[in-house]
Design a protein around this ligand. Structure first.
Ligand SMILES: [Zn+2]
Ligand SMILES: [Zn+2]
Length: 364
């Protein structure tokens, strides 16, 4: 049996279509046939050589949903359900060692220094080769955390649960107080930001404010439950600060979530946040230029909780999948483009030109 895959062989060059022999499965490994593969902003950074984790050559794709075609042994999902051939599954993109300080002592497995990540730091030159989701088939190691996905769901709508969705839930998971009655600002209405809107409303936030520069994206954020939309290009920073002050008895937002992918957003976010508020930085996922921070005014005097959010673990994947399953309509709408695997380069272009909200590679 063979599998076609789109391979990044050189940075800043188009992906090449390659055919791989499907290898014998590792012990307790699982072979899945992809149903949908999400194209993430990180893939674009990787293709440009901006993500220091990228080995070459690599099959990109760390967001996948697939149908199990072969299991070498027995396997249960994160809900304890036995997995069988024919089941649809989504998986945690990362596999951790369960032996290091972060896995065992700190209980922060997302920081495991030995974390292997499908489509991000596993090269296709190494056995079992099919380790990214821009491929017809993928081999999943026994340690992979999986969740069975109901067949009533559109696989394209749920892929983001495996990356931006889970990262978003990681951010919310760190909050020490419930969101009930709170005002939340989300910066950036891409897939991560829209996910944050749905999550914040589900967790009880009374007012969710979306700040974005794109009308189409703002419209979707509204459908996702945002109470107030602010177009960055049609307002000044001072106006946005005034809007937040008016909404919050002159305090500012209780929680600000950076979901734009830009470090610069923090300079605004600090101003929108109230004293004693919490800032979740979830979108900045590759090295960027430093920003000038007024440590006294923005961090210390305000006594804020500034929280960097790096990737996610199995718990966050469970939460993200649950959220998508309960809000399928909005996540289906988020998928603006569906392309076949062979058009992965076009898919990356759509993401780069910001013409798309979520681009998903789909399979027959
Ligand atoms: Zn991603
Ligand atoms: Zn570890």
């Amino acid at each position: 049996m063979k599998s076609k895959a789109m391979v990044l062989e050189q940075f800043n060059k188009p992906l090449s279509e390659r055919e791989f022999d499907i290898p014998p499965l590792p012990e307790d490994g699982i072979l899945v046939k992809l149903l949908a593969s999400g194209v993430c902003g990180s893939d674009l950074h990787m293709a440009k050589g901006e993500d220091p984790r990228t080995p070459l050559p690599i099959i990109l794709g760390h967001e996948g949903v697939g149908e199990i075609v072969q299991i070498n042994g027995r396997k249960r999902d994160l809900n304890g359900e036995e997995l069988n051939v024919g089941d649809w599954v989504i998986w945690d993109r990362g596999i951790v060692c369960n032996e290091c300080f972060w896995c065992k002592v700190a209980k922060q497995p997302y920081l495991c220094p030995n974390r292997k990540i499908y489509g991000i730091n596993l090269s296709c030159k190494d056995y079992p080769h099919l380790l990214g989701a821009y491929s017809e088939y993928m081999v999943l190691f026994r340690e992979t955390q999986m969740i069975k996905v109901p067949k009533s769901i559109d696989p394209a709508s749920i892929v983001l649960a495996g990356c931006s969705g889970a990262t978003s839930m990681h951010g919310f998971d760190t909050l020490t107080e419930p969101l009930i009655g709170k005002t939340v600002v989300v910066q950036g209405a891409g897939p991560l930001g829209v996910f944050c809107v749905v999550a914040a409303k589900s967790l009880g936030a009374s007012t969710v404010v979306m700040v974005s520069g794109t009308k189409q994206r703002l419209d979707l954020a509204k459908e996702a439950g945002a109470d107030l939309l602010i177009n960055r290009h049609e307002s000044s920073l001072e106006e946005r600060i005034a809007i937040l002050q008016n909404l919050t008895h002159n305090r500012g937002a209780d929680v600000v979530i950076e979901a734009s992918g830009s470090s610069n957003a923090l300079l605004e976010g600090f101003r929108l946040l109230r004293r004693g508020g919490t800032y979740l930085v979830t979108g900045v996922a590759v090295p960027q230029q430093c920003i000038p921070v007024d440590v006294y005014q923005d961090i210390v005097l305000k006594n804020i909780d500034l929280k960097g959010v790096w990737v996610s673990d199995a718990r966050h994947l469970v939460q993200a999948v649950d959220l998508v399953i309960r809000h399928t309509k909005i996540f289906e709408k988020l998928v603006t483009h569906r392309l076949p695997l062979s058009q992965a380069n076009e898919a990356l272009r759509l993401v780069e030109e910001r013409q798309a909200l979520k681009v998903v590679l789909t399979f027959q």
